[in-house]
Design a protein around this ligand. Structure first.
Ligand code: 6PG
Length: 242
């Protein structure tokens, strides 16, 4: 794993840098494999980045979109990560519909939906049960509690080591999430972190000693490149680090 940490002046600066790295990684994947599999982050931080991606002219038919996690709501719900990405980006460029691979949240059985999506991933990547496919790019954010994807502190999802997708839990509410081993199989992971509310979490994530059970984002150590892009509001404490 190669680690890159950049603290940029403002949110738009970190998103510009993330866009640049994404473009490089997409080109690299297309050159090497003729396709690129990207897992998107939810939440609010990435929305301007998705809007910027919608302005690009990329070979969308060779790019496949997944989500690293999803709230357990219908796809048209205001909280849906799928809805946010479609409105900001995916519906504005000519992705073939079959290139968009959302997590279904419709069976009223999160565990079943997690298993269904796991099967879809295995089919897409042609991997066998127990094998972890390598996404070309995984975008992530962190919460104020240092969760990432829907891997929240002190939840069972943090201990799932033999599945690709599992059920996360936020204050009793189910979510679907990639597991730590699946994320860590990625060729490139990009964290996007903005705002002073994230400062304490970042300090704990980068602290020499702490448990990923308390601060789940610590567990993300991909086999490929790991990029942390943060603005000064979030990363100032790190700047102050020796
Ligand atoms: C989600 C995300 C989650 C998000 C962080 C940061 O479904 O909410 O996947 O992990 O990335 O909570 O969210 P913000 O970008 O809104 O701060």
């Amino acid at each position: 794993m190669a680690l890159f940490v950049e603290v940029l002046p403002h949110k738009q600066d970190l998103l510009s840098r993330a866009l640049a790295v994404m473009k490089t990684e997409i080109s690299r994947s297309l050159a090497a494999r003729g396709q690129c599999a990207i897992a998107l982050a939810g939440g609010s931080t990435p929305k301007p980045l998705y809007e910027a991606l919608a302005q690009l002219d990329l070979p969308w038919s060779k790019i496949h979109i997944f989500w690293g996690d999803e709230r357990y709501v219908p796809a048209d719900h205001p909280d849906s990560n799928q809805r946010m990405a479609r409105e900001a980006w995916l519906d504005h460029v000519d992705f073939p519909p079959e290139n968009i691979h959302p997590m279904a949240t419709t069976s009223n059985d999160p565990a079943q939906d997690a298993q269904i999506h796991e099967g879809q991933l295995q089919e897409f990547f042609a991997t066998a049960p127990g094998e972890f496919p390598a996404f070309d790019l995984v975008l992530l954010g962190i919460g104020d509690d240092a969760h990432t994807a829907s891997l929240f502190p002190h939840t069972a999802a943090l201990s799932v080591g033999d599945r690709l997708v599992t059920v996360g839990e936020k204050q009793g509410e189910p979510r679907l999430t990639f597991t730590i081993p699946l994320i860590n199989q990625a060729r490139c992971v990009i964290f996007l972190v903005s705002g002073d509310s994230k400062r304490p979490a970042l300090a704990r994530i980068f602290a020499p000693e702490a448990s990923h059970l308390d601060f789940p984002a610590r567990a993300i150590k991909p086999q490929g490149d790991l990029w942390w892009f943060m603005d000064q509001a979030a990363g100032s404490e790190l700047k102050a680090r020796p």
